[in-house]
Design a protein around this ligand. Sequence first.
Ligand code: OGA
Ligand code: NI
Length: 360
Amino acid sequence: MAPAPLSPIKVGQIDDVQELRKAKSVAIPQRFVRDMAERPTLTAASSSSNIPVIDVSKLIKGSKDEFHSEILKLSTSCKEWGFFQVINHGIDLVLLESIEKVAMEFFMLPLEEKKKYPMLPGTVQGYGQAFVFSEEQKLDWCNMFALGVEPHFIRDPKLWPTKPVKFSDTIEEYSSEIRKLGQKLLKFIATSLGLKQDMFEEMFGEAVQAVRMNYYPPCPRPDLVLGLSPHSDGSALTVLQQGKGNTVGLQILKDNGWVSIQPIPNALVINIGDTIEVLTNGRYKSVEHRAVTHMEKDRLSIVTFYAPSYEVEIGPMPEMVDQNNPCKYRRYNHGEYSKHYVTNKLQGKKTLEFAKIQTS
Ligand code: OGA
Ligand code: NI
């Protein structure tokens, strides 16, 4: 399918959900009102079944038995949920608080200030609405601010805010810690697949890392809108930090139903992205997820995407393909996939059709 045309979209005051919120209007502009089938049924999401929790300290310094049972849990999480939360992850809680603080300070700046860092049509860095390609498309009840972080050539220095003053330094420190965690987790994920632990790191080259902050203001009609459209992540691995308010909002698709993820204080949510799904020939799943909003509470998430270097060729690893598991994806260049991902609207797992081998 040809990529959607990149016509300039006018996202103005009226499309900025924080401004709508300030205007205290109870009517939801039509561009945010979802078709019936897409609306969240807020009571139906079962919060009882929760995603697995992995204790990273047991993987790093646990006994042999603890290590094995945690690896087993990791493998089940990646196969059956595509999501897990990590506790005892080793990242200083003060740093988690700092990033949350600067993110909130940024979102609370006047619109004119935030507009100095605009997300231009066809790009995914800066402040604005990502993945919007037509006037007909529904908008998410969310403000986003995204930055490419590593390698340095993907940075756009004009988009790094000067306010709050600590913003850039905090992003640097945070990203470097999250990168180390991501790399550790990829080693354990490789081990859980019976592969040598450095498999992914060696394959990925100089990994690409980006951060996206999502701010979801309260919404007078959470039943009509979505905070973030259903999608799978185009990364290899995603690390998501939820705001201290611990507002529930992230939902994942499990057995054809939406399950809310119950935030655990100081834990991080990890999910498998499209790259790992392809590399493992579908054994580990890049699971569809979305965000819903709340009538009184706002919500913040800080999301780090960790992906291979653009020039890397991706395809199912030979170890993952046999008679019972025929090859499901073609080989492709990861840079091309990234481009495909950011030039299409978020639409469930549709983007991964780019790589699917059609079986009749
Ligand atoms: C994302 C994402 C969910 C959330 O940014 O890719 O899935 O809870 N965010 O903000
Ligand atoms: Ni996501």
